[in-house]
Structures are given as structure tokens and as C-alpha cells.
Design a protein around this ligand. Sequence first.
Ligand SMILES: *[C@@H]1O[C@H](CO)[C@@H](O)[C@H](O)[C@H]1NC(C)=O
Ligand SMILES: *[C@@H]1O[C@H](CO)[C@@H](O)[C@H](O)[C@H]1NC(C)=O
Ligand SMILES: *[C@@H]1O[C@H](CO)[C@@H](O)[C@H](O)[C@H]1NC(C)=O
Length: 437
Amino acid sequence: MPPTEETGLLTHIDGVDEGTVRRKTVTRAVVRGTLLVVFAVALAVVLLYNDLGELAGKLPKDPHKAAAVLLDQAPVIDGHIDLPELIRTVYANNASAVELDKPTRGHVDIPRIRKGKLGGFFWSVYVDCPSDAGEEFINATWRVRDTLEQIDISHQLIEKYRETFELTLTAADITSAISRGKVASLLGVEGGHQLGNSLGVLRTYYALGVRYMTLTHVCHNAFADSSGLFTGIEPLHHGLSPLGEALVYEMNRLGMLVDLSHTSDDTALQALNISRAPVIFSHSAARALHDIPRNVPDEVLKKVGTGPGQQDGVVMVNFYPAFVSDHPDEADVSTVADHIDYIASVTSRKHVGIGSDYDGIETTPIGLEDVSKYPALIAELYIRGWGKRDLAGLTGANLLRVKAGAEQVALQMAREGALPAADIYEKRPDLPSRRDH
Ligand SMILES: *[C@@H]1O[C@H](CO)[C@@H](O)[C@H](O)[C@H]1NC(C)=O
Ligand SMILES: *[C@@H]1O[C@H](CO)[C@@H](O)[C@H](O)[C@H]1NC(C)=O
Ligand SMILES: *[C@@H]1O[C@H](CO)[C@@H](O)[C@H](O)[C@H]1NC(C)=O
């Protein structure tokens, strides 16, 4: 929500059992099972997002018809929607009071989700940066409680509207949910400040279904430096701290996506360099088109890819007018398409996605007012010559590739016997120093 950009119940707990990746030894049966799952995911992705069934070859000429046909086969998976924050600030987390089957005050409700052909999204379980943590982040804050409440309200709403939503954990879950007409629902934590400096808290969030974490929000934290928002902020760690490097390792080991939106350039470059798994930028635009620190510079975009010295990833473009345009009042569908086109020109069309930031932004571009409007963006890119494969990559296949890639890295690390990171924040006064033992 202003002036910063963003100022559902486990349907079944055993669904979280994917944490088996932590096992030190993996039997052959599991390996075989894994290969099968990877194959199944690949097949489902191909069927849903690439071949587009019997439509092989052509989409209708009319761009709006083409967008509708494309999205029926390859609906949008949005990297960042702040619905849980709206529920917190407007409804004080009373799930009974929330009526998502009717028009809401925000950008998101079920009728508009269906109209816009939104097939899945990351529910951002965001809470803001603390002002009372102190310079070394060691003062107690309520951020872990508040994050747990955000996770809880997301679980409650996913359960309340279980005819529509389904909590999904893996790439295979996402494609399965979408193929059954459900809206795949994933959880993402928006900043290391939500961890209470603790990798144990990270693992616990994973166990509750969280599948990405943004390394920072608009503040530095014990793990990494933030970019700030519209003006830069003085670096603290100059990228990742040693604890931040342990955090990236642990996220790779768990199979939780490392999200580099909001991070400083140094944090992003270092994380791209050390992460074994593909990364995401869940909601970021291009700095070359609008020069603010919050946007991703070319230097970072050039490290996203599958060539030497690069890491696979997907940059999911933010819609916020103040991020995408020097003249926010005039920002429209075409402005957002420009960012997608630009990021694709520096990386490729395999590395772009959509991360609207709906319900976390106080204004929206003309023509992209809410979740019912994704088809307008697809139509615009179709007019610009994007083919169905490119468009299906943008709407979801690129994210699914990256998500499945991170899951494979976690399995590989489990096979190698990678242990949970036991690192502790060295400034913590409440635990014995490891050197004493
Ligand atoms: C929650 O919302 C419901 C429906 O509006 C209302 O009946 C109930 O009193 C609310 N609960 C609390 C504790 O405010
Ligand atoms: C952090 O805690 C210390 C000790 O209680 C207190 O003196 C200090 O004011 C706190 N810092 C902030 C920023 O609240
Ligand atoms: C990348 O990481 C390696 C060690 O893993 C290090 O030697 C190198 O300097 C890093 N490069 C950058 C650009 O951070």
C-alpha cells in the first residue's frame, strides 16, 4: 500500500509431505518415482502450455479471440498477488466476513479471476518491514506472528472457496489443479525480515506450504541488502551476508524458490551466482525503461539464462504504474507490454512471466485495472508478433519450468546427502556461540 508499493488451511497436512527431500538416503524406488514425476510434469506442461491440444498451428486472427483461446489452454499463473494483505488490513483476518464470490474493493475476486482466466497465483503472505528491529535486527518484533497469520488467512480462504482454489506445492500440483479447473494457489513470503533471523523459521514456513521467499522487501535484513524503492539506500552487507549465503543454500535444499524482486543489484548478482536452482523475480519491471532502483537492471537480466555464467529464471513483470512509467498516469497495457518485450529482448521469451502485484498497488495501468484484464495484455503481445508458444511461456510455462527445476535441485541435494543449514545469526544474544562447543 502507498507510499511503498504494498503498503488459505492446508486442505490436508499430508500434502506437505514433499519434505521427504530432507532424507539423507534416497532409495532407488524414490529415484524412479522422481523420474516419473519429472516426466509427468514435463508432459503436463507440454500439453497444457505448449502444444495447445488440437489448436496446433494457429490461433484466431482476431487478437482478443486469440487471447481467449490461448488463455483457455494456458491460463495466467501470477507471481505476486497481495490479497492476504488486503484481508488483513480491511477485514482484520475475519475469513467469514470475506466474500470472494462477489465484487470486492480490491483487484481480486472469483468472478473476475474467472473472467481474466487466471489459472493460479502466489498469494503473497507479506508483512511490512519493522521499524523497531534495531540496526542489527535483533530486537523482537511481531513479524513472525504476523506472517503466520497471513499464512493462516490464506489457508482459510483457500479452504472456504475450495470449489475454486486448491493449495498447490509442486509444479505437478499446479498443472493438475489447472487441468481440473481449479485456481492453483501457492504461498510466497515477501522478505527475509519475516524470518526473525532464523533458518528454522524458513523451514517451518516451507512445512506450511510456502514455496518462494523474496530475499528482502524494502529494508535490509540480516541476510541481504534491499534495493530500496524509488531512491537507493546505503548498502549494508554489499549483497548477501554470510547468513544470506546459508539462506540461499537452505532454500535450494528445500526446493523453495529464491525470489530476487526488491533486492539490491549486488544481492541479485550474488544470489544468481551461488544459487544451484533457478530463481524468480516475482514482480519486477525493467530499469532500462524506468530508472528506479526497484527495477531490474540489464546487468542482472544478462545473468538470467541457460548459458555459461547464467542461472535459469523468470522475471515476472510488475504492473504498478509508478514502476513501469515515467508518466504513471498514462501507463497502460502497452507500457506493461513494453517491459515484457524489453526483458525478453535482453534474456529471451523463455524468461518472462507476469507478476501483477494486484491488491498491493494503489493504482493500476489503463486497461489492466484488475485480474479480469490479463487477456488485454495477451492480445497486445499477440499483435506484436508473440506466437502461442511464447505466450504460453509468458503466462505459465516458464514459471513451471523454473519451479520444476528448483524441485529437481532439492532432490539432487537430498541424493548428495545435503544437511539442513544449522547456521545462526551471530548477533543473536540468546543462543550459545557455536565456537564455544
Ligand atoms: C466475522 O464476520 C462475520 C460475518 O460478517 C460476523 O458475523 C462475525 O461477527 C465476525 N467475527 C468477529 C469476531 O468480528
Ligand atoms: C531495541 O532494544 C533496545 C533494548 O531494549 C532499546 O534500547 C532500543 O531502543 C530498541 N531499538 C529500537 C529501534 O526500537
Ligand atoms: C561467484 O561465486 C564464486 C564462488 O562460488 C566466486 O569465486 C565468484 O567470485 C563469484 N562471482 C560473483 C560475480 O559474485
